[in-house]
Design a protein around this ligand. Structure first.
Ligand SMILES: *Cc1c(COP(=O)(O)O)cnc(C)c1O
Length: 430
């Protein structure tokens, strides 16, 4: 595929933007390519500046569950936009979106809107610390919570429970208050609580970890975290930025049968505009300013355009929409499984509803970050570039999941599987 306009823009961007991008994974570094500049996008299809079209399985990394530029979302945002882009004052859209969020997240009495998933988690952590009067957090290896200082922690050599910062610029003191545990391991969590229980403000987890591939957890493990939090008066924070509103049966908390204290949201609830949110029962939320002492604010929080996009996105997510997403997911699974088998299973196909992942490695799906082979990127880079040349766009990283939207069709999925078959034939030929 010819991408000369994209490549020229990228060269220019390198002079002005760091690495030419505003978010690192967009740089295509881990798949050894160059970023593709988009011109427009409609439904499942994106068109680049060279006029190439691709079936998009990235969907802006999750928010676009109805595909790009859904006419009803665009219409509502446009009609609101004509009345003002930001008020810095209350408006009805905030109430309307909060009602919709509360309907699905039954543990929330009150909601606070912010402008990104990162901000939602960061603020939820501050609220938990303010509410409990404690400083320590527990986080899990393989979960991503945005670029929050206290949660950008990875395991270091020799340290069993304390992690090290996963980026320069994060003070040691900040990271020293974050305890790191492996996923899918009750014993490790129990040990942390035995040692530090009375200092732990909150356990922070993606109940469906989906930022390091899909690392589905046993319900029993999530329930044990709930028990440990209860026994130690710590709060349980579910980061549902990626899983929230993705499943017909409710929040992921409902699905796993565990009620968190605070839930952080983002992505789908903003319908493609910048939104995050967090919510909890009244007693916790009333610690927040202006009612309580825990400060958190935002110039563009509750932005009317973002609220409108969120409202229409959630209204379009009726039972039929969820059923269609599941049907598409099942069709993809049914089609892709024999193709992978035919090629000796070079990757595993893992799916949770409309989320899917070509997981490097073999055997049953991984439940912990350390079960993903360290050379995961190699085979994935070949699959990614091969599919891209055939008009199918997956995320440019082996650790990112794919997204099916209600704008995808069966043909988009079977087309991708046929293309994958071809790509794997080429890979085998070397
Ligand atoms: C995307 C994501 C975030 C960060 O959200 P941003 O809007 O990118 O800041 C946090 N947590 C989870 C689980 C996510 O998937």
């Amino acid at each position: 595929m010819e991408r000369s306009v994209s490549n020229t823009l990228h060269s220019d961007a390198l002079n002005h933007l760091v690495g030419g991008v505003n978010s690192p994974v967009r740089a295509f570094k881990s798949v050894h390519g160059y970023p593709i500049y988009f011109e427009e996008a409609e439904g499942a299809i994106v068109t680049d500046v060279d006029g190439n079209k691709y079936v998009d399985f990235v969907q802006s990394w999750g928010p676009l569950i109805h595909g790009h530029s859904h006419p009803k979302i665009i219409d509502l945002v446009y009609s609101k936009m004509k009345k003002g882009t930001s008020f810095g004052a209350p408006h009805i859209g905030e109430i309307e979106l909060a009602k919709r969020v509360k309907k699905r997240f039954s543990h929330m009495d009150k909601v606070r809107f912010v402008s990104s998933g990162t901000e939602a988690v960061m603020s939820a952590v501050r609220l938990a610390r303010g509410y409990t009067g404690r400083d320590f957090l527990v986080k899990f290896e393989g979960c991503y919570h945005g670029h929050v200082d206290s949660l950008m922690v990875k395991s270091g050599s020799g340290l069993v429970t304390f992690g090290i910062a996963s980026s320069p610029g994060i003070p040691e003191n900040t990271v020293a208050m974050t305890l790191l545990a492996p996923l899918d391991d009750e014993d490790a969590a129990e040990y942390l609580f035995k040692e530090h229980g009375k200092d732990i403000a909150a356990v922070v987890i993606e109940p469906l970890p989906a930022n390091n591939g899909i690392l589905k957890q046993r319900n029993r493990f999530l329930k044990r975290l709930r028990e440990l939090c209860d026994e130690n008066n710590s709060l349980l924070i579910f980061d549902e930025v990626i899983s929230g509103f993705r499943f017909k049966d409710g929040s992921y908390g409902d699905i796993c049968g565990v009620k968190p204290d605070i839930t952080a949201l983002g992505k789908i609830i903003g319908g493609g505009l910048p939104v995050g949110a967090y919510g909890a029962r009244t007693e916790i939320m009333e610690k927040l300013s202006p009612l309580g002492p825990v400060y958190q604010a935002g110039t563009l929080s509750g932005n009317p355009l973002a609220m409108a996009a969120g409202i229409m996105t959630l209204d379009l997510l009726d039972d039929d929409a969820y059923d269609y997403l599941e049907e598409l997911g099942q069709i993809l699974e049914d089609n892709v499984t024999p193709v992978l088998e035919k090629h000796g299973n070079p990757v595993r196909f893992v799916r949770m509803g409309s989320l899917f992942w070509f997981s490097p490695g073999s055997g049953s799906p991984p439940t912990r970050a350390d079960q993903i082979p360290s050379d995961a990127g190699k085979i994935y880079a070949e699959i990614h570039s091969g599919l891209l040349e055939r008009g199918y766009m997956l995320a440019p990283s082996a650790y990112e999941v794919g997204f099916i939207s209600t704008s995808h069709t069966i043909e988009h999925l079977t087309g991708m599987v046929d293309a994958l078959d071809e790509v794997l034939n080429m890979v085998e030929l070397g």
